[in-house]
Design a protein around this ligand. Structure first.
Ligand code: 5GP
Ligand code: MG
Length: 177
């Protein structure tokens, strides 16, 4: 596997998108009740770090949840969630921050785990969306970019733990293709 020669999404486009998402989120949360950002580890960390720094919502609480469903470039179908014991969100407004919506299985598992904790509201923000891959319907209130069915890396997204620290988003292509 090798990286596409040019990025699929350049740094300036990501910056602009993050600012737009932050504005949209803030517009719905201006009444002082605050928000709990639930960042999905590990892929959403870089996106979330940029997003929270432009997000004019207060008080803003940051929590993390770990989800694992991929082995290399293949979705395994089963989702493993690791929730920290102090993730109590009852009565609070929650926004899940995801890197990418693919089949929708991971996000559905995360949303239903959080729904069981009785939040006041539950929204979803994803940087990337691959709608053509959806198996389980998912409603995302905030979507950064809709992309075609590519396996992408960079800006937090990995292939076997590599490429997360790239500042732009690339397509991972077969080396012989
Ligand atoms: P889903 O459960 O929606 O099929 O998969 C969601 C998770 O799979 C994402 O949070 C991400 O970790 C991983 N994933 C799906 N598509 C891609 C992709 O194109 N690139 C990378 N690096 N991970 C992906
Ligand atoms: Mg992920």
């Amino acid at each position: 596997m090798r990286l596409s020669e040019r990025p699929l999404i350049a740094q300036a486009e990501i910056d602009e998108c993050v600012k737009r998402l932050a504005r949209d989120i803030a517009a719905r949360h201006q009444d002082g009740r605050g928000l709990v950002l639930v960042v999905v580890l590990k892929g959403a960390t870089i996106f979330a770090a940029d997003l929270m720094r432009c997000l004019d919502v207060h008080p803003l609480r940051i929590e993390y949840i770990r989800a694992k469903s991929y082995d290399g470039t293949h979705s395994m179908g089963e989702v493993e969630l690791i929730v920290l014991p102090d993730l109590s969100v009852a009565g609070q407004r929650v926004l899940v921050v995801e890197d990418i919506l693919d089949t929708g299985r991971t996000t559905t598992a995360i949303l239903s785990a959080l729904e069981n904790a009785n939040p006041a509201s539950l929204e979803l923000c994803t940087l990337l969306d691959k709608p053509s891959r959806r198996v389980v319907p998912v409603d995302a209130q905030y979507v950064g970019f809709s992309i075609d069915d590519h396996f992408v890396v960079g800006y937090g997204l990995d292939y076997r733990e590599a490429y997360r620290s790239l500042p732009e988003i690339y397509v991972l292509e077969p080396s012989n293709g």
